[in-house]
Design a protein around this ligand. Structure first.
Ligand SMILES: Cc1ncc(COP(=O)(O)O)c(C=O)c1O
Length: 353
């Protein structure tokens, strides 16, 4: 029988929960997606894209890059679009990590980092968050960085813990290690508005990843991007395929960037109405939770599996955690105020069981 390389054979595939289930009929609070139906301008853009006979053409990114460059506020030469920020992560890890070379990152973090590192196979130096999830473990993190470190990863805010990393600490890390690339994953930037972008000019070792999956409601279309110094970006073009990003994604993202009021209003509702309301509910009912900095939180019920099952039986999906530190918790993202009221009603009934 043919054999893959031993490091691949030793790995397990990344499979999200409910992956073989049609999630359509549920209130989906399990994958940090945008919970609203696509707005009219998105449907119109997709329809126009098809009507203009564009899906049979290979994509080209010139026009889109210029639009994205205005949106992000950097030159086009500072950007590369990717097939989701999953691919951004893969490109960056493949560019900087060789077999056995160490990558430092806090754990638990977004699992794609471990998966891609496993394929190289690079060494993951995981720095654990403390049991109370009290904050970014800065002292231990900087101690884990050595002259051999080939890549530093900071997820801000982290998924799944939601923990934010103080910008002064990110700056210090980039300052102290000018010859080590520092990847800052900003998948939830639109929810926090906190970014390391301001340091990019002074710190060319910074590499930022962002996505259209979350705030922009485009998880199914797969669009992310990397923001970095032009010399670094030009290296990434050698790794990404010429057509890896589909042109439906760039058409819809263009429309989304044209209508910032629509997705900003959703973010406002989620962060200033729904999330505080949910936190109040958890506090009043003595449910332990970790709010995090973005639009999702970790919840720690007495009977975690019972809670997840009850919610699912009542049409709501949340995500049971598997990382050892948070195995007794589920993660849920917050939706509209109406959806939050629905969640609260169901969770109240669960607490009464
Ligand atoms: C921290 C973080 N980075 C990256 C991603 C990947 O997002 P996508 O590939 O959909 O852009 C996610 C998705 O959940 C995430 O939470």
């Amino acid at each position: 029988m043919i054999q893959v390389r031993p490091n691949i054979a030793a790995m397990s595939p990344y499979s999200p929960p409910w992956s073989n289930m049609d999630r359509k009929g549920y209130l989906r609070l399990d994958l940090n997606e945008n919970t609203q139906d696509p707005p009219a301008h998105v449907i119109a853009a997709l329809k126009a894209h098809i009507d203009e006979n564009r899906i049979q053409m290979y994509p080209e990114y010139g026009g889109f890059l210029s639009k994205l460059s205005q949106h992000v506020g950097v030159g086009e030469d500072h950007l590369i679009v990717t097939n989701g920020s999953d691919q951004a992560i893969e490109i960056i890890l493949r560019a900087f990590l060789g077999p056995g070379e160490p990558m430092v990152m806090a754990q638990p973090g977004f699992p794609i980092f471990d998966q891609v590192a496993g394929t190289i196979p690079a060494k993951v130096c995981g720095v654990p968050y403390d049991q109370e999830l009290s904050g970014f473990p800065y002292d231990e993190f900087v101690k884990a960085i050595t002259p051999e470190t080939a890549l530093i990863v900071v997820i801000n805010p982290d998924n799944p813990t939601g923990i934010a990393v103080p910008m002064s600490q990110i700056r210090q890390i980039a300052d102290d290690h000018p010859n080590i690339p520092v990847l800052v994953d900003e998948a939830y930037f639109e929810y926090t508005r906190v970014t390391a972008l301001d340091f990019l000019k002074s710190h060319p070792n910074l590499i930022i990843t962002r996505t259209f999956s979350k705030a922009f409601a485009m998880a199914g279309l797969r669009l992310g991007h990397i923001i970095a110094h032009p010399d670094v970006i030009s290296q990434f073009y050698k790794i990404r395929g010429p057509f890896d990003v589909n042109n439906c994604a760039t058409a819809v993202a263009t429309a989304q960037m044209d209508f910032p009021d629509v997705w900003n209003a959703y973010i406002q509702e989620v962060m200033t109405r729904s999330k505080p309301c949910l936190e109040r509910f958890f506090q009043e009912n003595r449910v332990r939770y970790h709010p995090g900095a973005a639009h999702f939180m970790l919840v720690q019920p007495e009977d975690r599996d019972g809670a997840v099952r009850y919610l699912k039986d009542h049409g709501i999906l949340v995500r049971p955690m598997i990382a050892p530190l948070i195995r007794h918790m589920f993660r849920m993202n917050v939706g509209t105020f109406k959806q939050t009221e629905r969640f609260i009603k169901v969770y109240k009934a669960f607490l009464a069981t």
